[in-house]
Design a protein around this ligand. Structure first.
Ligand code: IDP
Ligand code: MG
Length: 238
């Protein structure tokens, strides 16, 4: 019964979505719609037992749950969460070959995950030197550019896209200053690296770079949009 309500509410949310304006968060909006339906279904046991129909399995969800009640509830939750989804931004984070070789992948990922950010893309890549040059193109005049590109292309890199409110700026805070001698303790570079040439991690430094770097490293179909169960506990206003 609950799953029927779920499907019905999900359909209602989706039909509302098709009327809403197009945005790059459309597919995420769909996932949020389904999440709203799940919240609705969690109220079903009390409601349905008070009507003596819990677990009977007879009748479709739409025959016993009034559109006048179900649709506005789904619409409210859906619209509310769609606004929230549109606030989430994405950043490109890479664990460089030194971080991979030193066995720091899970340590680094866990810091982003524990903060409350959401992993929406990940892969292991050995970039070519030309690709590394593209990635670091804004540093091409710097004396360390060639060595830096040799280094980035010297072994496996963990390329990731993380999503969350303020993730571009706060991701840089989690990472710490470029030179680990100046990174604060508690940051990734502060805790886990010693010199600037082996500072284990890359993070986009602003919205434009984030957009460009995500596009450089990932095809759109390699990224997912979904609502995590934890999100309703990570975001909220009182
Ligand atoms: P960021 O990684 O903190 O954004 P950037 O200035 O963009 O720092 O530099 C990119 C990377 O180039 C750094 O992460 C570091 O690996 C390397 N790098 C930066 N400055 C130096 C330097 O003075 N000597 C050697 N390598 C450097
Ligand atoms: Mg940089």
């Amino acid at each position: 019964m609950a799953s029927q309500v779920c499907k019905s509410a999900s359909r209602a949310a989706r039909s509302l979505l098709s009327a809403s304006k197009a945005s790059r968060f459309h597919s995420q909006g769909r996932a949020v719609g389904a999440a709203a339906a799940v919240s609705l279904s969690s109220k079903v046991p009390f409601w349905s037992s008070s009507h003596g129909r819990g677990g009977s399995g007879s009748g479709s969800a739409s025959s016993w749950i009034s559109g006048a009640i179900a649709l506005p509830a789904a619409a409210y939750m859906f619209q509310d969460q769609e606004v929230h989804a549109a606030e989430l931004e994405r950043t490109f984070i890479a664990i460089k070959p030194d971080g991979v070789q030193r066995g720091l992948i899970s340590e680094i990922i866990s810091r982003f995950e524990r903060k409350g950010y959401k992993l929406v893309g990940i892969k292991v890549v050995i970039p070519s030197k030309d690709f590394a040059k593209q990635h670091y193109h804004d540093l091409k005049e710097r004396p360390f550019f060639d060595g830096l590109c040799d280094f980035l292309s010297s072994g496996p890199v963990i390329a990731m896209v993380w999503e969350g409110q303020g993730v571009i700026t706060y991701g840089r805070k989690l990472i710490g200053a470029t030179d680990p001698q100046k990174s604060e303790p508690g940051t990734i570079r502060g805790d886990l690296a010693v010199v600037v040439g082996r500072n284990i991690i890359h993070g986009s430094d602003g919205p434009e770079t984030a957009k460009d770097e995500i596009k450089l490293w990932f095809k759109p179909e390699e990224l997912v949009s979904f609502t995590s169960n934890a999100e309703k506990w990570i975001y909220g206003a009182n």
